[in-house]
Every structure is written in C-alpha cells, then in structure tokens.
Design a protein around this ligand. Structure first.
Ligand code: FAD
Length: 307
C-alpha cells in the first residue's frame, strides 16, 4: 500500500502518496454482479435502499493485493421495502419505503400463504431476517395485512404518498386488488383467525398472545383479522448492506491471507467482514462504522506518523 489513485471530477486520474489509509467505501450491495455471485439467485433483482456507489470497490482493491475475505459473504442486511420503490435510495423518501409494523398483522405471499412468524420477537430482531425471506417468495413479493383494530398503531412510513396499498371491506376484495390468490388468502386468514388464542394484546412487550396449531405460528401479538375495512401493503426486498468483507484486527488493520497485517492498510464500516452473521440488531451499522472508524483513523494516523 503506497497511496491511492483517484479520478477527479474532470475525468483525469491523479495519484496520491500515503503512508497509511482507511478504506471506508461500503459493501457491495449496489453491485448487481457481486450480489448475484455471493448472495445468490434473485438478489440481482433486489432494490438497493441506499447509494448506488457502494459497489464493493474497496473490498476488491484490498482482495487484489492479498487481503483476507472474512465473515458471512452470503449474508446481508435487508428489509421489507415498498414494492414499487426505485432501484436505488431516494433521498426525499429516505427510510420511509421500509414497512416495519408487520408484527401487528400477518404477512402473505402471492399465493396467500404465510411464510414467517410475524411475532417471533420485537421487530428490531426480526426485520432483517424477514427482509431476506421475501426475496425467496414468488415474484419477490409479500403483502402485509392489517385490520382496523391496529391501523392507528402503524408506523409513520405507512402514511407516505409513495406507498403501494389497497383497502377493501372484504378479504376476497382485498386479495383481488393486491393480485393475491383469493382462495389461498381467504383460507389462510380463516385458519389464522381460528388459531388465535385468548390473552391480552400489548404491542409494547412480547405479550405471548399466540396462535396454536398452524404453521408457521405467530408467537406474539396474534389477533384475528375481523374488523374491516382490511388494508394491505405490497413489499419486496430492499438490501441495506452486505455482511462479508475484509478481516481486520482490533486496531482496524487489514489482514492478509496468512493473517499478517498489511502495512498501511486499515478498514472501517460496511466493508469490514465478521461483524454480523445471519441476523442484525437494529442500530448496529452506524455504531460499528463510528466505533471502528475512530479506531482505524487513530491507528492509521499513528502508523503514518511513525513511518
Ligand atoms: C436507508 C438506510 C437506512 C439505514 N438506517 C440505519 C439505522 O437506522 N441505524 C443504523 O445503525 N444503520 C442504518 N443504516 C446502515 C448504515 O447507514 C450503514 O451501516 C453505514 O452508513 C455504513 O457506513 P460506511 O461508512 O461503511 O458506508 P457509507 O456510509 O455507505 O459510505 C460509503 C461511501 O463510499 C463511497 N464510495 C463507494 N465506492 C467508492 C469509490 N470507489 N471511490 C470513492 N468513494 C466511494 C460511497 O459513495 C459512500 O459515500 C441504514 C442504511 C440505509 C441505506
């Protein structure tokens, strides 16, 4: 590592000498080819929640000089995201394409089948896993269904103009509007309603108000869908960032294939691998970027000064 080459706004290249540098150019979530290669089928068609520029450049540059790939390369952070959201993030709408009140209702696919336990845990511990489940469904689509008992509890993001939503007085009418298989959907809701157990609904805690005898179960916040008009929101998968990346020391130093630190090369943020596997607790991305960014910056400064 002797510096870096940049492209200036006028298109010309320039070489900058540096004794140490910190890579912080994000994961590969905006790179269609890398997403397909590492995350698998259908990930080429995911919406990207953020910038179109996080195409894995920093990761690839480091790998090219011998850095070690590390962490959960086939894993990523993804959420349920409006079905008609643009391919990349929209600064005006921002986070509001996400739809995170599903613990209050049920989620079905185009066949009208449920496929996750909407109440398995508080949403901060399930929203990332369930974003990934949606991409496995037909047409990479899912529908969050609520009745009037809970609509007032839906998060602000359900009330934006740019939302893919339908409402109807009947379940079959709602299914037709959302292009869900009518028979499958009505059967699912009938079975779900019959499986709801008594208890006190309390969305502020894991209330244990669950279903019995259906698969998948709903483990908390289970209430029958019986108060029309019914509302449904269409979502697909929006990817936030990828979990795989570079191997670093606790000083932020990038390691090579033999586990030796690469002189002058540090990394922080999304392009660090090994922080998240399978799931993610809400808020950890910015915290990881801030903490490891500070550590890597200090370490790089120390090395540059002593070089
Ligand atoms: C819509 C959305 C909502 C989020 N909400 C939360 C939240 O509530 N809480 C939370 O903790 N985290 C959240 N995150 C995740 C969090 O934003 C990221 O984990 C964090 O920003 C990662 O920081 P970073 O510095 O690694 O990458 P980024 O902040 O993405 O910065 C990488 C930068 O590198 C630039 N870049 C890429 N390639 C190159 C190149 N070749 N040359 C020059 N520049 C390049 C990019 O343009 C970009 O500016 C959210 C992310 C999104 C997209």
């Amino acid at each position: 590592m002797t510096g870096l080459e940049i492209r200036r706004p006028d298109g010309a290249s320039e070489s900058l000498q540096a004794k140490a540098l910190v890579l912080a150019s994000g994961g590969f979530e905006a790179n269609v080819e890398m997403r397909t290669r590492y995350l698998g089928p259908n990930w080429d068609l995911a919406r990207v929640r953020g910038t179109p520029y996080n195409t894995g450049d920093g990761i690839r540059m480091a790998l090219d000089i011998g850095a070690q790939a590390w962490g959960h390369w086939s894993g990523c952070h993804a959420v349920q995201w409006d079905y008609n959201a643009p391919w990349h993030g929209d600064r005006k709408v921002g986070d509001n394409f996400q739809k995170h009140s599903y613990p209050l209702g049920i989620i079905v696919n185009v066949e009208g089948q449920r496929f996750v336990d909407e109440g398995a845990d508080l949403r901060n511990y399930t929203y990332v896993k369930y974003g990934r489940e949606v991409i496995k469904q037909p047409r990479r689509a899912a529908f969050q269904i609520f009745d009037q008992k809970v609509v007032d509890l839906l998060r602000e993001e359900y009330r934006i103009r740019e939302v893919t939503k339908a409402e109807d007085a009947t379940l079959d009418g709602l299914a037709r509007k959302l292009e869900i298989d009518v028979e499958g959907f009505v059967r699912t809701v009938r079975d779900f309603n019959a499986a709801v157990q008594p208890g006190t609904f309390n969305p502020a805690i894991k209330d244990g108000k669950a279903t019995r005898g259906i698969k998948p179960p709903k483990s908390n916040w289970a209430q029958p869908l019986d108060t029309p008009p019914y509302v449904g929101y269409a979502v697909t998968t929006g990817i936030t960032f990828t979990f795989g990346g570079l191997h670093i020391t606790t000083d932020g130093h990038v390691l090579d294939g033999e586990g030796r630190a690469i002189r002058g090369l540090y990394a922080a943020g999304e392009l660090v691998g090994g922080l998240f596997y399978n799931n993610y607790p809400g808020g950890a991305g910015l915290m990881a970027g801030a903490v490891f960014g500070r550590i890597a910056g200090r370490s790089a400064t120390r090395e540059a000064k002593s070089a």
